[in-house]
Write a new protein. Structure first.
Length: 453
């Protein structure tokens, strides 16, 4: 603050302006910038650029400085300052002030620029209009202001087609076809409106819906049932019209298959389509099931098994079809093995003595067989003979008879019978017939074989 700066020019140059400057309370230097000029050297005089001006004292002596500015709407192209040198020339050429333009504008689609000309210079304006069948959305005039247009280029959107009132009906509201306009419809007494009661003009040039119709009272329109279809006269149905109902595959119809329009009402409540399911299954006694056996939609299957010691009677897996289960649920039957034949007397067992009945209904080994029991062969008694079946393969019931030679008596059974592999008695013997010892009479002698005889 209050510092003083002194200015001294070089030899041959004279100062123009204050030779000293002081730092003021405002934080600026006092007085204007001083120049050091040498009038011995003279540069050509300079004129202000077109659409511009010289913004300072412009001495054309050596050391002189010229500053340039452009008028509003123009921009400086070149150096803002130039200095006169001791070679009698300026350091820079005089700049040019060029016009500042707004961006070039094209006519909107389906429209045109009035006069086909749209200058883009500062202050100029453009006017727009649309072709037949289209409406202008936006500003019809825009102006170039400080390198920007006052508004964006408008659009030409299609007009919606002219609407006519429905037969036996009326039209009201805004129906000229301009975007977002809403047009309303109504019917004469005794007629009902079928369709949208109002339509709106959309930006694409189409109304939001078709023009409705006015018809005498009918039954309400029937929509397709869920998971099903309809056929026949199901909409705009007059008295006597019929509508049929069908279900999609895997669903069955619950209710009537057809309804008739009676006056303004249908003859019955509409049916519904429900998923096809098979009856609920219960696990078999002494068994269980796996799979879709409780919640059983079409195509599901249920598989059955039995407890140990029981065997499944019926199909192991059944499937839910459109006609119900593919087969009756199976049952579990206690496992039993085939009965074993009794062994009769006179026979002997051939095979395992012990068999165990297994879970599959089979014995652990084949059943033993019964072979007839044979009696042993007999030996012919000494001094005797045998007749009948007495040797070899002797089966129960066969008989062997015995006899003795002359002078021999049979001691034992005359015949033996084979019973269960054994004879019913001991084989007999043949003993020699002999007389007891004779005693001679008194006073006599005996000759011959008398002891024994």
């Amino acid at each position: 603050l209050n510092d003083v700066c002194y200015i001294k020019c070089n030899s041959g140059f004279d100062i123009v302006g204050s030779y000293s400057r002081t730092c003021t309370q405002a934080g600026t230097w006092s007085d204007n910038d001083a120049l050091c000029l040498n009038k011995y050297y003279v540069c050509p005089k300079i004129n202000a650029p077109a659409n511009g001006k010289i913004a300072s004292s412009c001495f054309n002596y050596a050391g002189g400085v010229c500053k340039f500015e452009c008028n509003p709407g123009f921009k400086l192209v070149g150096s803002k300052t130039t200095v006169c040198t001791i070679s009698n020339t300026w350091t820079e050429n005089v700049p040019v002030c060029e016009s500042v333009n707004c961006p070039q504008i094209k006519a909107p689609e389906n429209g045109q620029i009035v006069g086909n000309v749209c200058p883009s210079t500062e202050g100029s304006s453009c006017q727009f209009q649309c072709n037949n069948g289209f409406q202008l959305v936006g500003q019809s005039y825009i102006k170039c202001e400080k390198v920007k247009w006052s508004s964006s280029v408008p659009k030409c959107e299609p007009l919606c087609p002219t609407l006519n009132p429905p037969r036996n009906g009326f039209i009201s509201g805004n129906c000229t076809g301009i975007t977002n306009e809403k047009c309303k419809f109504s019917c004469l007494n005794g007629f009902n409106l079928y369709g949208a009661s109002s339509v709106t003009c959309l930006p694409n040039g189409q109304w939001s819906s078709n023009v409705p119709s006015c018809q005498r009272p009918m039954c309400p329109d029937i929509n397709p049932i869920k998971h099903g279809m309809i056929s026949g006269r199901c909409s705009f149905a007059s008295n006597g019209a019929k509508c049929n109902f069908f279900c999609l595959p895997s669903y069955r119809l619950v209710g009537v298959k057809q309804v008739t329009c009676v006056g303004q009402n249908w003859s019955s409540v509409f049916p519904s389509c429900v998923p096809i399911t098979c009856p609920l299954l219960q696990p078999p006694e002494r068994g269980k099931f796996i799979g879709s056996c409780v919640k059983n939609p079409l195509g599901s299957s249920c598989t059955f098994t039995c407890d140990i010691g029981y065997i499944l009677v019926g199909q192991r897996t059944i499937k839910c079809t459109a006609n119900g289960w593919s087969a009756p649920p199976p049952t579990c039957k206690e496992v039993t093995c085939p009965s074993i034949k009794e062994f009769k007397n006179g026979f002997t067992k051939v095979g395992n003595s012990t068999l165990i009945c297994q879970a599959d209904g089979k014995w652990t080994s084949p059943q033993p067989t019964c072979a007839p029991i044979k009696c042993p062969s007999l030996i012919t008694p000494i001094s005797g003979s045998m007749t009948g079946t007495c040797s070899g393969e002797i089966s129960s019931g066969q008989i062997c008879s015995f006899s003795c030679n002359s002078c021999y008596n049979l001691v034992g059974l005359k015949s033996l019978t084979c019973e269960n592999g054994a004879w019913n008695g001991e084989p007999p013997k043949c003993e020699l017939v002999s007389c007891s010892k004779l005693t001679p009479p008194s006073n006599s002698l005996m000759n011959g074989q008398c002891d024994p005889g």
